[in-house]
Design a protein around this ligand. Structure first.
Ligand code: B12
Length: 249
């Protein structure tokens, strides 16, 4: 019994520390059990870990750009190889291993693919099972209003930020078991058939106009600088970064 209590307080200590680390950077973290994720995904997406293994999904909120990415961009001397956002988040995820040298942590980013091009993690599913953001999929709109030939991708909606956020990846604590982690259902903030249909249509057919992000009233959105950064194709971002450096430094 005493051992179990210590195990649980160790887990909540880990969860609190991760939360403290990310929150000042405009990032949110939500714990989940690997078993909750494995229960819903197809065989080839499952992780080969015990069901009670502790994992955390990381979300970027609208303030991530100004609180973390922009200072990083302005600090970095030379953009170097790769995307600045990916490099920034790789660095932040890697710091978690430094904070917890005693734990065996696997960090997986949203953009990581297997050689077969299959994503290493489905971050929308992770966000849903962690209770962070409801993942609205085609099967959640019944009766189905689209024809068989129409491909409809699902979209997650954050209760505070609507679509003004992104799911950045997961951290898996391979050596930590969390049998008593309470499961929280995500808030169903797009409850009606009409609104869900509208959400999926905006995300699939008009995602460039940003409107799917405003499917609910939100507490915060991307700044004009952030929108400009994300609208700019990665190959043109180095020039934009130089411009931002001149304007903001
Ligand atoms: C590949 C990819 C694309 C591809 C294909 C899209 C797709 N969904 O397949 C393309 C290039 C088209 C694309 C485009 C875009 N994408 Co994209 N994309 C991805 C990526 C890397 C993988 C998605 C994927 O391949 N999924 C595989 C399929 C099979 O998964 P699935 O359909 O969810 O099926 C699983 C679930 O159904 C689950 N499941 C089964 N039953 C149940 C039951 C429950 C309850 C649950 C929860 C789950 C569940 O099991 C299935 C797998 O076995 C993700 C990041 C990531 N690593 O997840 C971003 C991601 C989905 N994209 C994102 C975005 C924003 C976009 C764009 C707007 C462009 C952009 N980056 O700004 C456009 C919009 C889509 C469009 N209109 O074209 C965001 C979505 C954010 C959100 N709010 O949901 C993500 C999550 C990236 C991120 N960092 O946030 N994308």
């Amino acid at each position: 019994m005493e051992k179990e209590i210590r195990k649980e307080s160790l887990n909540s200590d880990v969860i609190d520390k991760i939360n403290d680390f990310f929150s000042s950077k405009g990032l949110e973290s939500y714990p989940f059990k690997i078993g909750w994720y494995n229960e819903v995904v197809d065989e080839n997406f499952k992780f080969p870990y015990k069901e009670d293994t502790l994992a955390v999904v990381i979300i970027s909120t609208p303030s991530m750009f100004e609180a973390g990415l922009l200072p990083y961009i302005l600090r970095e001397e030379c953009p170097g190889g790769g995307d600045m956002l990916d490099n920034y988040l790789k660095g932040e995820f890697a710091k978690i291993q430094e904070i917890f040298p005693q734990h065996d942590i696997e960090a997986i980013h949203d953009f990581e693919l297997h050689p077969s091009h299959r994503p290493k993690v489905l971050v929308q599913t992770a966000g849903h099972v962690a209770g962070a953001a409801y993942y609205y999929q085609r099967k959640d709109v019944q009766p189905d209003p689209w024809g068989e030939e129409t491909k409809i991708f699902g979209v997650s909606v954050h209760p505070k930020f609507g679509g003004w956020f992104a799911l950045r990846g997961v951290l898996i604590f391979k050596d930590l078991q969390c049998p008593d982690l309470p499961k929280k259902a995500p808030d169903d903030i797009v409850p009606t058939h009409e609104l869900r249909k509208e959400l999926l249509e905006r995300f699939n057919f008009r995602w460039q106009d940003w409107t799917y992000r405003d499917i609910i009233l939100v507490e915060g959105k991307y700044s004009e600088h952030q929108k400009l950064y994300f609208e700019t194709p990665p190959k043109d971002r180095p020039q934009l970064i130089q411009k931002l450096k001149r304007e903001l430094k």
